[in-house]
Design a protein around this ligand. Structure first.
Ligand SMILES: Cc1cc2nc3c(=O)[nH]c(=O)nc-3n(C[C@H](O)[C@H](O)[C@H](O)COP(=O)(O)OP(=O)(O)OC[C@H]3O[C@@H](n4cnc5c(N)ncnc54)[C@H](O)[C@@H]3O)c2cc1C
Length: 370
């Protein structure tokens, strides 16, 4: 079976790995050069650890990642609203982990043996010729494939070709991210919730923290105003333990700013073209499930492609198995974003009384086998 994977992010690399594990040798094209190792940090809930285990990579990731044993929610003054022991929910899957995003990429990339990787390469056309797809690459070469897998992220060009009506939608939040020294001694996943803003810090190595802040802004304001305001002003309702990370962030800290968008669609399969990862179902990061969903997609699609008697059946089976789980994650992200925007008099008692229950309710379905 000739398979092309478009995109060498978490979804595409995991897809190649899962296919190799089953004896298939895909081609993979990635727009960026091989040396690109960007990004900030990642939190991986227990089902991501289980997916890594199934990809045969948990041991090497766990050796460098920070285990996250507690997830704490504080108010903007630093008073604790809830604390969840992650193992109470994830013990059947695996540990919750945090690490620099570049390490996950590098581990997935270096696990590949036979995949034909081409960096700095995109495509210009995908033409359906009966049961084959004829792909024209950015260097004008062409090749026929039985399956083309779009793993090219939220602004997927594969999706634009197959489903031109589907575009990413703004979720109502903008965010800032950076990596800095752990000057405040945070030792677990810790978020502070304010009025329309959140400030999150997660240790990703012995001395580094991944810091994420977001704020609800209407779409018109989103890019212009939020970008111009200083983070110190935007987040000044917060106090210790996390505000010092904003107030005293080093001048060289590279702050990534972005609008948060999602992709919601029922169409992941068109002929022999199939979408995985953010190309199919990008979500707000409120559940931190993006990497887990991407790796689970890869495992399920590799399994159906090797187990089903026809490719059409395999793609339909992939969609059937993955859609309910992904829908659940997207619904939970929307619910969490809505809850975070509640005024303090609604949000604070809700999290104090039911923080653990809400955590358990949101994540328990994801502990089920994929
Ligand atoms: C602010 C924020 C915080 C997040 N935090 C977390 C977190 O803590 N934990 C978590 O699990 N998830 C998190 N996520 C989500 C996670 O980052 C994504 O779900 C995940 O990266 C999706 O992987 P992907 O491979 O589908 O897409 P991407 O990572 O976007 O990879 C797509 C790849 O395709 C390549 N590409 C694009 N177009 C082409 C083309 N035409 N030809 C060839 N290649 C192409 C790109 O260069 C890229 O390498 C977060 C997301 C955001 C926005």
């Amino acid at each position: 079976m000739r398979i092309l994977i478009v995109g060498g992010g978490i979804a595409g690399l995991a897809m190649a790995r899962a296919l190799e594990q089953r004896g298939l040798t895909p081609d993979l094209i990635e727009l960026k050069p091989d040396t690109h190792q960007g990004g900030t940090g990642l939190f991986l809930p227990g089902n991501a650890a289980r997916a890594l285990q199934q990809l045969g990579l948990l041991e090497s990731i766990a050796a460098v990642a920070v285990p996250i044993n507690t997830q704490r929610i504080l108010d903007s003054r630093g008073r604790q609203l809830s604390a969840t022991r992650t193992q109470d929910v994830w013990s059947t899957c695996g540990p919750c982990l945090a690490l620099p995003r570049a390490i996950l990429h590098a581990t997935l990339r270096s696990s590949l043996r036979d995949t034909r990787l081409r960096f700095g390469t995109s495509f210009t056309a995908i033409e359906q010729l009966g049961e084959k797809s004829l792909v024209t690459f950015s260097d004008d070469t062409t090749c026929e494939y039985d399956v083309v897998i779009g793993a090219d992220g939220i602004n997927s060009k594969v999706r634009q070709k197959a489903f031109p009506g589907v575009s990413p939608l703004y979720t109502g939040n903008v965010c800032w991210r950076f990596i800095t020294e752990n000057i405040v001694g945070v030792d677990g996943w810790t978020v502070m919730l304010g009025n329309g803003s959140s400030l999150l810090a997660i240790p990703i190595s012995a001395d580094q923290l991944y810091v994420y802040a977001d704020r609800a802004v209407n779409e018109r304001e989103a890019l212009q105003k939020a970008r111009q305001l200083s983070l110190n002003t935007l987040l000044n309702e917060f106090s210790a333990p996390l505000f010092p990370l904003i107030a005293h962030r080093p001048v060289q800290a590279q702050v990534h700013f972005s609008r948060i968008e999602q992709v919601v669609t029922d169409g992941w399969v068109k002929g022999r073209v199939v979408l995985i990862g953010d190309a199919a179902h990008a979500s707000s990061p409120s559940m931190a499930e993006g990497a887990a969903m991407a790796m689970e997609d890869a495992l399920v699609l590799a399994e159906t492609l090797t187990a089903c008697t026809s490719i059409n059946d395999a793609l339909a089976a992939y969609m059937r198995r993955r859609k309910p789980r992904v829908d659940w994650v997207q619904q939970q992200c929307v619910a969490r974003d809505k809850m975070r925007r509640l005024p303090g008099w609604g949000r604070v008692p809700l999290l104090k009384l039911a923080g653990n229950i809400l955590y358990r309710r949101g994540y328990t379905p994801l502990t089920e086998p994929i």
